[in-house]
Design a protein around this ligand. Sequence first.
Ligand SMILES: NC(=O)c1ccc[n+]([C@@H]2O[C@H](COP(=O)([O-])OP(=O)(O)OC[C@H]3O[C@@H](n4cnc5c(N)ncnc54)[C@H](OP(=O)(O)O)[C@@H]3O)[C@@H](O)[C@H]2O)c1
Length: 186
Amino acid sequence: VSKLVYLASVSQDGYIAAPDGSTDAFDVGPELIDFLVRTYPEALPTHAREQMGIGGALAFGSVLMGRRTYEVGLKLGITSPYRHLEQYVVSRSMERLPSDDLHLISGDPVSAVRKLKARGGKDIWLCGGGVLAGELIGEIDELVLKRQPVLFGAGIPLVAGRFSAVRFRCAGEVNAGAVAVATYRR
Ligand SMILES: NC(=O)c1ccc[n+]([C@@H]2O[C@H](COP(=O)([O-])OP(=O)(O)OC[C@H]3O[C@@H](n4cnc5c(N)ncnc54)[C@H](OP(=O)(O)O)[C@@H]3O)[C@@H](O)[C@H]2O)c1
């Protein structure tokens, strides 16, 4: 059975983006890029991987994006951000996706994730955002938080919605320059 891993950058006060949805305040210095290349090379967008001359996927075989997360790249003309992975976009409002590379999940994302998990093989990357993470809270097996040295005060929460406390145990933390990458397992 594969795991659902929520890997995201998060402010010290628990936001994955500023109130306007921007993530410019996040540090993406060379140490963080080095860490990702060594540990999660598949979490870099395909165009960046091509520019850097890196390939391979270590942890993930697929990626799940909420509609608003997918639209961040789409607004920049990137229709297929992670072509090296099997890509899923979760949306009730989109009827079709602008690229045949992607699969649309318009039904219940929980049952879709359970089916993906049951196939086994590489893990599933939950790219975000907070709304989708809230819908999938019961299915998240691991959190990999790129803890950013910034406070937003308000913004897009790491996990949105109401649910009973979900406990994880810390499985390690590494420093990647200004960013501490912490892993938590269910
Ligand atoms: N820091 C990071 O690492 C990181 C990572 C990812 C995203 N982000 C940021 O997060 C923001 C987007 O996150 P968000 O929380 O606002 O939105 P989101 O979770 O990306 O997308 C929400 C949308 O997903 C669809 N969705 C969610 N649950 C669903 C369900 N049960 N069934 C069907 N569709 C469902 C809906 O689309 P429809 O409305 O189309 O039905 C919903 O409006 C962006 O600003 C982005 O920059 C940051």
